[in-house]
Design a protein around this ligand. Structure first.
Ligand code: NZQ
Ligand code: ZN
Length: 390
């Protein structure tokens, strides 16, 4: 096992009716800004419940910031930073999916930069410039990213199509409310995206090379098997509480740092996926469904031992030669994504070989030239991965 240093300070309040408990978590004297997206939380009643809970708490000042878009933009978020300053806000409450929570993290950091510091530097340095951040909490409505219990975020500069990630120990939510009932109003497509996102987060901290990290491996395999088991019901049954509860907790556990402590990690699928979203507007989860099977194929030598373990322990594939078992595991993974209604080929998104050069150029621009668990996924290998995804 590799050495690690792990601390996760986010308090999780889980279960039906948990929103009412906000009153105990938001500091009563704080001036609160509630941030949300394009209106789903308004139409499904979540926002009303949140505002109600704050009112019960006798909150003295509550303002709103609406309109954080999926793949939140720097441009929009800077308007929220301005509101924080103008209204002397001192606590942020994100109500929504990964985009709203990520956006709130950015606002929390940007509002505490020195006047001379450029807020975009938070992205350019992937969070290294963050020296202080506002306190914030979250009410999660979409199980997928794990943003509700991690310290990372992803923000896009619309003007330049740069989609970059950032993280800082200062950017864990103080608390997150996880009420599976809040997910009932999600369209099937978003639930499917969430299942894929959680699955791929787990894979990126698992499918590398063995380091005899038995607990982490079995946690990862447990999450993967759970997602395979519940995925179809999670997508097709809108109000099955236990299925949604298991989905929500799987997605949180997939990216709260626990399964990744002490093991090598390979985030190549995400980094290539971010460029696909920035250049072509493909949903985050869908980009991962395109890239992961191709990464498994192109990196089958480097990942051989873990691919065979994955085949055995996640898919019960034990017959045949090593090559056959690896092929079968890749095919099962692809078929799983497809069974959720998530297409796995670039062609399914009307993209052909001509799309590859601009993606490689963007990876180069963003210094994503040494990806993978051994930093040996060069631009040439990323190109092979994209070719395998056509
Ligand atoms: O904007 P509204 O109207 O709220 O609608 C949203 C949005 O259109 C809707 N939605 C959310 N909850 C809903 C709902 N609709 C009905 N009922 C509900 N309960 O769903 C749409 C997508 O929301 P979004 O927040 O964009 O989705 P997701 O949670 O998948 O977040 C994606 C973003 O997170 C980043 C991605 O790159 C992307 O920008 N990621 C963040 C990570 C992190 N912080 O650790 C890791 C991930 O790998 C990922 O990169
Ligand atoms: Zn993701």
């Amino acid at each position: 096992m590799l050495n690690f240093d792990y601390q996760n300070p986010t308090r999780i309040v889980f279960g039906q009716g948990s929103t009412a408990k906000l009153a105990r978590m938001v500091p009563q004297r704080a001036r609160v800004l509630v941030l949300y997206g394009g209106g789903s939380v308004r139409s499904n009643g979540t926002l009303a419940d949140v505002l109600d809970a704050l009112k019960q708490n006798g909150q003295r000042y509550v303002a709103e910031f609406a309109g954080i878009e999926p793949n939140p933009t720097f441009e929009t978020l800077m308007k929220a930073v301005q509101q924080v300053r103008q209204e002397q806000i001192d606590f942020l409450l994100a109500v929504g999916g990964g985009s709203v929570i990520d956006g709130t993290k950015f606002v929390a950091a940007a509002a505490r930069l020195q006047d001379h510091e450029d807020p975009w530097s938070i992205l350019e340095t992937h969070g290294r410039v963050v020296q202080a951040a506002m306190p914030f909490g979250a009410v999660l409505t979409l199980p997928a990213t794990g943003s509700e219990m991690n310290a990372g975020g992803v923000v896009t500069r619309a003007a330049t199509q740069d989609k970059l990630s950032f993280s800082s120990r200062l950017l864990y939510p103080q608390f997150s409310v996880l009420d599976p009932v809040r997910t009932y109003s999600l369209p099937e497509r978003q639930v499917a995206n969430g299942v894929v996102d959680a699955f791929v987060h787990t894979m990126e901290q698992y499918l590398t090379y063995p380091v005899d990290a038995r607990v982490q491996d079995r946690w990862a395999e447990g999450i993967l098997r759970t997602l395979v088991e519940i995925g179809p019901d999670a997508v097709h049954k809108t109000d099955d509480y236990d299925t949604r509860a298991n989905l929500v907790w799987s997605a949180t556990m997939a990216l709260n740092g626990l399964i990744g402590a002490g093991v090598p990690q390979d985030w190549a699928t995400h980094m290539i996926g971010h460029e696909l979203t920035a250049l072509h507007g493909i949903d985050h989860g869908r980009t991962l469904a395109i890239v992961l099977p191709a990464v498994m194929q192109v990196r089958r030598e480097a990942k051989r031992a873990k691919l065979l373990q994955y085949a055995d322990r996640v898919w019960d594939i034990r017959e045949g030669s090593e090559e056959e078992r690896i092929d079968a595991a890749i095919a099962k993974t692809r078929a799983f994504f497809e069974s959720l209604g998530v297409p796995t080929r670039l062609a399914d998104y009307q993209l052909g070989a001509e799309a590859i050069d601009p993606i490689i150029a963007a990876l180069d621009k963003h210094e994503m030239t040494q990806l993978g668990e051994k930093q040996d996924i060069t631009l040439e290998i990323s190109r092979e991965i994209l070719q395998a995804a056509l």
